[in-house]
Design a binder for this molecule. Structure first.
Ligand SMILES: Cc1cc2nc3c(=O)[nH]c(=O)nc-3n(C[C@H](O)[C@H](O)[C@H](O)COP(=O)(O)OP(=O)(O)OC[C@H]3O[C@@H](n4cnc5c(N)ncnc54)[C@H](O)[C@@H]3O)c2cc1C
Length: 421
């Protein structure tokens, strides 16, 4: 039973750290919130990290508390598998059209997993970036909210099969579920649609796609996570062996006018963090980080300084020219300039990690009169065509979680001016 009077309603688009923070802050300031997330669970990209800097805690540390607050708040309505199609109206008086795709699994689900046992269809495991598969009926990940299976309609054959329906003694599967259109009135909208990893296939010469032991930084997070495809053991994809040496290629495609011109701001610290994952698992492993310059803003400098104390972590200032297979050894050769010695250098390693950058999620399907405004890099600008639309987190620029949280609070403060009792 809701006792207090609502101050108004805010729609938050995107259920990552920025969107969750915005939803919680707005609800605690007295607003009703409709939180719209396009995937089957909240958490965004942070949920897929193994640990996050600066404290190197698992993502569940921050997420679990926040998700519990979302779950228990009578003020937040959370719509997953949902996208905003259109925003009409003016500040203080918007109408938001939301389309929610069917989940096919209802709240009766107890997570018994009988449906998974009988499901005959498989799909690429998107949470693990295609490293492994799940059944068509899947749990988004082990800490998902809502903690409930979903069915991927792109691979499920529906009532033609129906084995999951028969297996579910709780009657939690409804293959006749239809998409729904939901209309919401709101005083303000916060867009927190976040980021995607830059497509490493587009980068020439660094071997992604050609050699299985060239992976990306986001793949490394999943390899290191106990809920990942290798249950937390960092192994070479080609042969499942532990790597004895690993090279990180910084600015892979970033700060490069051929690919991404911007700096993503988090990749240097991301790689230093991942170097620690490797060194903790393999005390004898050598790690090379090829960088243009290390960007560790503010207090993250401490993290960078501490990393330099590791004598098996070699920081080499120089841009990597190419990655090629080494004849007959199964290893990879990383060739780069070594700026400080004025020479070129090459290293033979077992695994190469490309520190690819952050690109904005495509928010173009959100129809607004005048269209959502973007900057030269495709991120949403602070100034939008309507004054009651606000942008938070990585939708606006690449940044770390702490900044996203501050950003989201700021967006809520500005949104509240349109929410009057
Ligand atoms: C390799 C790597 C490692 C990193 N490690 C760290 C770290 O250790 N510490 C740290 O502080 N930061 C780290 N970061 C940065 C961190 O991931 C981001 O700061 C954080 O994910 C930003 O949160 P967000 O909510 O803005 O975006 P996201 O996490 O991308 O969340 C956006 C959400 O919006 C949803 N969405 C997208 N489009 C729509 C739509 N149209 N409708 C509805 N929903 C939509 C998405 O599904 C997603 O759930 C790392 C980044 C990289 C690349």
């Amino acid at each position: 039973m809701i006792q207090r009077k609502s101050r108004g309603r805010i729609v938050v688009i995107g259920g990552g750290m920025s969107g969750i923070t915005a939803a919680l802050e707005a609800s605690e300031a007295g607003c009703e919130v409709v939180l719209v997330e396009k995937s089957a669970s909240l958490g965004g990209r942070v949920a897929a990290l193994n640990q996050y800097f600066p404290k190197l805690c698992p993502p569940q540390c921050g997420l679990e508390i926040n998700l519990r607050r979302v779950r228990t708040s009578p003020w937040i309505r959370c719509l997953t598998l949902a996208e905003v199609e259109r925003i009409d109206g003016a500040p203080g008086n918007y109408r938001v059209d939301i389309r929610q795709a069917p989940r096919y699994v209802t709240e009766k689900c107890t997570l018994c997993g009988e449906c998974v046992e009988v499901c005959p269809e498989e799909r690429a495991d998107e949470f693990n970036l295609g490293m492994g598969t799940t059944k068509a009926v899947y749990l988004p990940h082990e800490a998902a909210f809502p903690m409930r299976f979903a069915i991927d309609e792109s691979v499920c054959t529906g009532t033609e099969c129906g084995r999951c329906v028969q297996a579910c003694v709780y009657g939690a599967i409804d293959l006749e579920m239809k998409p729904e259109t939901i209309q919401v009135e709101a005083q303000a909208v916060i867009v927190a649609t976040g980021w995607e990893p830059y497509d490493a296939q587009r980068i020439e010469g660094l071997g992604f796609g050609a050699y299985p032991d060239v992976i990306t930084n986001v793949m490394m997070e999943r390899l290191a996570a106990h809920s990942g495809p290798t249950h937390g053991r960092i192994l070479r994809p080609s042969d499942g062996e532990p790597p004895k040496s690993v090279a990180f290629v910084q600015c892979a495609g970033s700060r490069d006018q051929n690919y991404l011109e911007h700096c993503s701001g988090v990749c240097c610290l991301g790689s230093l963090k991942q170097a620690r994952y490797i060194r903790e698992q393999y005390p004898e492993a050598e790690v090379y980080v090829f960088y243009i310059d290390i960007r560790a803003p503010g207090r993250l400098e401490d993290f960078y300084q501490a990393s330099q104390e590791d004598e098996r972590l070699h920081l080499i200032k120089g841009k990597v020219a190419r990655v090629t297979p080494e004849d007959g050894t199964g290893s990879l050769v990383v060739e780069a300039e070594d700026v400080l010695s004025g020479t070129s250098t090459s290293r033979s390693v077992d695994l190469v990690v490309l520190a690819t950058g952050i690109v904005p999620s495509d928010a173009s399907e959100i129809q607004v009169d005048g269209g959502l405004r973007t900057d030269a890099h495709g991120f949403l600008t602070r100034e939008q065509p309507s004054d009651g639309l606000f942008v938070a987190g990585c939708a606006a620029r690449p940044t770390d979680v702490a900044t996203c949280v501050r950003d989201a609070s700021g967006a809520v403060m500005r949104a509240l001016q349109f929410c009057r009792e």
